[in-house]
Design a protein around this ligand. Sequence first.
Ligand code: FA5
Length: 338
Amino acid sequence: MLDQLQALQATALDEVRAAVDVAALDVVQSAFLGKKGQVQQVLRTIGKLDPKERGPVGRAANEAKQAIEAALEARKAELLAAADANLAETEWVDATLPPPAGSRASGRGGSIHPITALVRDMEDVFLSMGFETLDGPWVEDDHHNFGALNIPPDHPARDMQDTYWLTDGNLLRTHTSPVQVRAMETRKPPIRAVCLGRIFRNEELDATHENTFHQCEGFFVDRDVSVGHMIYVLESLLHEIIGPDVKVRLRPSYFPFVEPGFEMDVTFRGDWMELLGCGMVHPYVLEAGGIDPNEYSGFAFGMGIDRLVMVRHGVEDIRHLMSGDLRFMSQFTGGLEG
Ligand code: FA5
């Protein structure tokens, strides 16, 4: 029995030395030291031995066990150290390589979000018409989001857009119109500018209402600007983006910062869907921006970008757009990298 144990220990130590990785060591460990391992089997037979032999065999079995355990530990440390030393060789990634062939075809590759693609296309159209593109902050103050747009405190028009107020008295902008105010603070007419960006409203959600969505603000201030100019710009944009067959209608409407005010609807799934609000910039708003309303006039509009994406791609529910659902997103491979 003692000879058998010695042979067993020698074989185990050979196998430990021969193990080339941690997984191979695990196999050796369970073959010799596991519940059904060879050392355990020897220990189980001790009870059947002559009482005189039990002591020496038990000791030898325990010594074999400890020797194998120590060898396993040492070999494991050796293998891990070697793997660490090789890390730079075995784990390097060439971050400049293009994605593997077929990754886009399998729907797993990235593509331009349809909102981003539309924003880029719209900016191109506006640039070609001589507009500049502007940015504005998402966190706004009351003055820029409401006051300077002729919506004083307690004005019922504040209820038109449910606001996310911040604890410091600021708010998440409820429309892109504050960018008009900011543009007038730093520019003199003629001003031709657009701002395409994200906005936030504490809204009830449905197929055409999100609580975070995107608007395109456009405004044009110069001498003798008329409603006709506004309609021309809006129709030109929609022809370029949707196509020459796009059908729109203009309805009178009310916004405190324009006079007269309108809304434009577009046909969508056999019905009219409201796409934008617009009108001639209110004289109070021009004055608040330091522009003489007797000398200058202007038009402004605020268009729902997400709704335009719905029209462009036939998306039946606006909530898909910001859902991050890859099953929906993988349909859109358009755009620069698509
Ligand atoms: C405004 O936000 C005005 N600032 C627009 C404006 C600008 C009028 C300049 C006059 C001059 P309104 O709340 O109607 O208006 O929103 C404008 C457009 O944003 C809507 O026509 C619609 O296309 C889109 N929109 C409004 N609410 C939502 C919503 N909850 N989800 C998705 N799109 C929306």
